[in-house]
Design a protein around this ligand. Structure first.
Ligand SMILES: Cc1ncc(COP(=O)(O)O)c(C=O)c1O
Length: 372
C-alpha cells in the first residue's frame, strides 16, 4: 500500500522548532498541565489519583464516563454512537479504513487536510477533489458537487471548520449538503476537530451528526480545546458503523492512555471554562488581524469564520521559498500554501498566544517592507 507524503506534517516536522514566532499553529495555544489543573480546580485530586492509578490498559474502549461526556457535545448521540481514538488523526484513519474499498469514489475539497484523501487513494479509491475558490470566500460550490457524484460515489468528505481555509457553512448550506447526500444515499464524513469556537451567527454551530443519519463525525481535544498533548479523539456515527469500528479498533490502538481518559473527562465536564478561554484568544487575534491587514498592502485575506486562515501575498515568490526566507531572516514560521497545493498563500493560525501573534505580525510587517 503506497501512500503520498503528508506535506503539511513533513513541513511541520522539519521546520516547526526553528522559528521564534510560530504564526501557523492550528491548535489554540495549549495550556501547561499545571495551568489546566488549576483552571479546572482538580490539581490535588488528579495528582493523588495518578499516584494511586494502576498502569494497566484501562477501559479498552474508553471509560463509560468519557463516552457520556462526549455525548454532551451532540444533541442526539448516545454512548453506542461513540468510538474513542488517539487524536482526530486516528479517528480519521479508522473511519477511512472502515469506509473505503477499492474502486469507491470519494468526494472531498481542496485546499484541505491531506490525510483523508491520500489515505483513501492508498486504499484504491478514486478521490475527486473539488476546489474551494478564494474568490467565492472558500465556500463549497454545490452545483459542482452535484455534478461530481456518480453511481460509485460512497462518501462526501468535508472538514468544518476547514484547515487551512477556515471555511464554515451557513445553516442553509448545511441543509443543502445534507439534501444532496441524502438524495444519493451517501455517507457524509465530517472532520469537526475545529468546531465550537466562534459564535458567528451566519454559520451553523452544531454538529452535522445531529442532522443526518448517515453522518460520520470525527473530532477531539486537540484544536478548539487546545490540548493536542492528550492525544484524545473520537468518532461519532450510526451505531452499526461504530460497531464495525469497535472491531477494527483492536488492530489500531487497543486503548488510549488511562491518565488521559481521566483528565479528558474533567476537561469535558468543565468544557465552558476552556472553550471560553480559547474563544477569547481567537477573538482577540481576529480583531488584531483585521486591523493589521488594513495597513499591510502585500497581504489579503477572505476572513472565513474558522480559526486558521489562508492568507494571500502579492509577491511572485513561491510559498516554500518565501516561508524559508521569512523564517531565516525574521524568525517567523509559516506553513506554505504549497503544502495545500495553493501557491502564493500562507497558513495563519488564529489561536496562537496573542502576544506571539501580535509581535509576530509586527515583525512580519517590517520584513515585508523590502517588497514595497
Ligand atoms: C482537520 C484536521 N483533522 C485532524 C487533525 C489531527 O488532529 P489530532 O491532533 O487530534 O490528531 C488535524 C491536525 O492538524 C487537522 O487539521
Amino acid at each position: 500500500m503506497k501512500i503520498s507524503p503528508f506535506k503539511v506534517e513533513i513541513w511541520m516536522n522539519e521546520h516547526e522548532n526553528d522559528g521564534i514566532y510560530n504564526l501557523t499553529e492550528s491548535c489554540v495555544s495549549p495550556l501547561k498541565m499545571g495551568e489546566l489543573l488549576e483552571l479546572l480546580d482538580i490539581k490535588e485530586k488528579y495528582l493523588s489519583d495518578l499516584l494511586d492509578m494502576k498502569l494497566d490498559y484501562g477501559d479498552i474502549n474508553g471509560s463509560d464516563e468519557l463516552k457520556k461526556q462526549i455525548c454532551q457535545l451532540y444533541e442526539t448521540a448516545e454512548p453506542c454512537n461513540i468510538a474513542i481514538a488517539q487524536g482526530a488523526i486516528n479517528a480519521n484513519e479508522m473511519t477511512i479504513m472502515e469506509l473505503i474499498e477499492p474502486n469507491d469514489e470519494m468526494i472531498t475539497f481542496t485546499p484541505g487536510y491531506q490525510q483523508v484523501s491520500s489515505l483513501a487513494e492508498s486504499l484504491g479509491a478514486k478521490v475527486i477533489e473539488l476546489e474551494l475558490k478564494e474568490e467565492k470566500g472558500w465556500q463549497v460550490d454545490f452545483d459542482e458537487l452535484e455534478k461530481a457524484i456518480t453511481d460509485k460515489t460512497k462518501v462526501i468528505c468535508v472538514t468544518l471548520p476547514n484547515n487551512p481555509t477556515g471555511t464554515m457553512l451557513s445553516t442553509q448550506a448545511c441543509v443543502r449538503l445534507i439534501e444532496i447526500a441524502e438524495r444519493h444515499d451517501l455517507y457524509l464524513f465530517v472532520d469537526e476537530v475545529y468546531r465550537s469556537l466562534y459564535a458567528d451567527r451566519f454559520c451553523y454551530q452544531g454538529s452535522l451528526f445531529d442532522l443526518y443519519d448517515k453522518a460520520i463525525i470525527t473530532s477531539g481535544l486537540s484544536k478548539s480545546f487546545g490540548l493536542p498533548g492528550l492525544r484524545l479523539g473520537w468518532i461519532v456515527g450510526p451505531k452499526a458503523f461504530i460497531d464495525r469500528i469497535i472491531y477494527r479498533r483492536d488492530y489500531h490502538i487497543i486503548s488510549i492512555s488511562k491518565m488521559n481518559d481521566v483528565l479528558a473527562v474533567e476537561v469535558l465536564k468543565q468544557k465552558e471554562k476552556i472553550l471560553s478561554r480559547n474563544r477569547d484568544i481567537c477573538l482577540k487575534n481576529r480583531a488584531y488581524l483585521e486591523e493589521w491587514i488594513k495597513h499591510e498592502r502585500h497581504i489579503t485575506n477572505s476572513f472565513t469564520s474558522g480559526t486558521t486562515q489562508l492568507i494571500r501575498y502579492d509577491m511572485k515568490i513561491p510559498s516554500e521559498e518565501l516561508s524559508l526566507r521569512v523564517q531565516k531572516e525574521a524568525g517567523i514560521f509559516f506553513v506554505p500554501g504549497s503544502c495545500f497545493d495553493c501557491e502564493y498563500h500562507l497558513r495563519l493560525g488564529g489561536g496562537i498566544d496573542p502576544v506571539i501573534f501580535q509581535n509576530g505580525l509586527n515583525v512580519f510587517s517590517n520584513w515585508l517592507r523590502q517588497f514595497d
